[in-house]
Design a protein around this ligand. Structure first.
Ligand SMILES: Cc1cc2nc3c(=O)[nH]c(=O)nc-3n(C[C@H](O)[C@H](O)[C@H](O)COP(=O)(O)O)c2cc1C
Length: 179
């Protein structure tokens, strides 16, 4: 079994979650991790995989947009990505297919202002389902204490165990006859 994990991250928290999910998945699955801004992650260039995992930060109740990314750059007090492509542009570029395969989505969000509605993971899932993907599990959220992070205590462990649960769900789901 193979999985590709694609992520967007402005301050590094979603990238850390993506890598933790990949560590969990690697227990039985070959995993490639790519930034959505990397040319190797272009939907046409992606290696074939049994599972796609896609995630990134929640901005303004959904996936980032150029304006919210510019806002993130302005607010930054430390390192920040100056990416030109985010998760929204990436999922919208995925070609439609009758059975694109299995997908799982995640996001990072702040706990401080909980309960804020809206989740990039749910937004990405909606677009990918429309493109023909089947959800392996419901969208997952991981929490940061403030806009730039850090991740709340235990979130990386939770991400790793979510990755392990994806690997466990993948074996039976991947071999099921397609309808
Ligand atoms: C412009 C902007 C808008 C944001 N909007 C939301 C929001 O609507 N809900 C939320 O929970 N967090 C929001 N956040 C916090 C981000 O989710 C947080 O910065 C992100 O999870 C950090 O992940 P990253 O390090 O991968 O960029 C926002 C952050 C920025 C910079």
């Amino acid at each position: 079994m193979d999985a590709v994990v694609v992520y967007e991250s402005m301050y590094g928290n979603s990238e850390r979650v993506a890598r933790a999910v990949a560590r969990g998945l690697a227990d039985g699955v070959r995993v490639t991790v790519l930034d959505v801004d990397d040319p190797a992650a272009a939907p046409g260039a992606l290696p074939g995989a049994d599972l796609l995992v896609a995630g990134g930060p929640t901005h303004a109740f959904g996936m980032t947009r150029p304006a919210t990314r510019a806002d993130a750059v302005q607010r930054a007090t430390g390192e920040v990505s100056r990416r030109t492509r985010g998760l929204r542009e990436w999922v919208e570029a995925v070609p439609r297919s009758a059975d694109a395969g299995l997908v799982a989505t995640f996001d990072t969000r702040v706990t401080k202002v909980k309960p804020l509605p809206g989740s990039a993971a749910r937004g990405a899932a909606k677009v990918l389902r429309r493109a023909g993907y089947r959800m392996l599990t419901p969208p997952a959220s991981f929490y940061v204490g403030d806009v730039e992070g850090p991740l709340d205590e235990g979130e990386l462990d939770r991400a790793e165990s979510w990755g392990r649960s994806l690997a466990a769900a993948l074996a039976p789901a991947g071999s099921a006859p397609r309808v």
